[in-house]
Write a protein that binds this ligand. Structure first.
Ligand code: TRP
Ligand code: SF4
Length: 327
């Protein structure tokens, strides 16, 4: 039986962090072994909110691509490409916009949330309202069977299913109806104990230098009840301890747990130990990152190759679409 086809994308609005690594990227990495995967940089989608600040988008796009390669997404196993390089997405998005009823877009919960959240930004644009239409085009262009996304993106995949059904009903059965594959949100918190997010300024980035990592770890909030070195701590509520679980191995975890509860280890020491383990765990990733940074031509060639593979599929889909619509 043919492998199921999976597709997902990321908006290049900033560098990737450990939350992304343990969330989406870990999931994609697993999926590339079992599915035919398409992963892409949604740079046109970045424009929907950052249309007045476009200069950094291409830099972020390349950097995220390098992060993908460095964590082990393999161009031999999946098709990695850039949305704006495949102009067919714009054509399909336009055609889908003709059949998408406005109320579907207006009642999209992400739309309402974002408008409320980003108050200082004028998001009453056509492009922002149409965000899910472009996303639907991204997805059905490749006839994806499944879309791995976080819970925040679930309404967009739901809308994609409705748009695809409507297309099939109006013009003939071309598109499979894609399933939402929910990615578990990573349990890793930011250095201030809130959800790790670049907009909270609490993230450890994959591109951070060793000094930055050590510095950020030293600022991490531990057990808030443990005010003094002599106070016993509770590792269960400590974010540093969660990091130990991920990066330090069983032995350290079993050593830190009782020592912390008896105030035999201080947070400074505990953090320093964790930072070194984190740095060691990220070392292979950092090495690959440095390699790709130093070889931009290699990166460009990998992107072009992915684009070419994506474009072949997109062209074929668009031929079918035009024939179905008779235009
Ligand atoms: N909207 C997604 C996000 O912000 C990015 C995205 C664009 C996407 N097109 C997609 C995700 C298609 C999955 C499938 O995270
Ligand atoms: Fe957290 Fe370690 Fe401090 Fe305990 S000793 S509170 S586990 S940082």
């Amino acid at each position: 039986m043919a492998k199921k086809r999976i597709l997902s994308g990321m908006r290049p609005t900033g560098p990737l962090h450990l939350g992304n690594l343990h969330g989406a990227l870990a999931n994609w990495k697993k999926m590339q072994e079992d599915y035919e995967c398409f992963f892409f940089i949604a740079d046109w989608h970045a424009l929907t909110s950052d249309y007045d600040m476009t200069a950094p988008i291409q830099g972020y796009a390349t950097d995220i691509f390098i992060d993908w390669l460095s964590v082990g997404l393999s161009p031999d196993k999946c098709t990695l490409f850039v949305q704006s390089h495949i102009k067919e997405h714009a054509e399909l998005s336009l055609l889908l916009s003709m059949i998408t009823p406005l109320p579907w877009l207006e009642r999209n919960p992400t739309y309402k949330e974002q408008i409320a959240e980003l108050k200082d930004k004028d998001l009453s644009t056509f492009g922002f309202l149409g965000y899910p239409v472009l996303q639907a085009a991204d997805i059905i262009m490749y006839k994806a069977n499944g879309v791995p996304v976080g819970i925040d993106q679930a309404p967009h995949v739901e809308l994609t299913r409705e748009i695809a059904r409507r297309f099939n009903y109006l013009y003939g059965n071309i598109f499979p109806i894609p399933e939402t594959i929910l990615t578990e949100t990573s349990k890793i918190l930011g250095i201030d104990r809130r959800k790790m997010s670049k907009s909270y300024n609490n993230a450890i980035f994959l591109s951070d230098s060793l000094e930055e990592i050590r510095n950020k770890v030293s600022q991490m909030i531990t057990d808030p009840q443990r005010a003094r070195r002599t106070d016993p701590g509770n590792p269960e509520v400590c974010n540093v301890f969660s990091f130990h679980h991920l990066y330090s191995g069983q032995q350290t975890v079993q050593h830190v747990d009782p020592e912390c509860r008896k105030a035999q280890i201080g947070c400074v020491e505990c953090k320093e130990m964790m930072a070194e383990n984190l740095i060691r765990a990220l070392e292979p990733l950092h090495e690959k990152r440095a390699y790709y940074k130093a070889h931009p031509d290699t990166v460009r060639a990998i992107i072009e190759d992915g684009d070419e593979r994506a474009r072949t599929v997109a062209r074929k889909t668009m031929e079918e679409v035009r024939e179905a619509i008779k235009i």
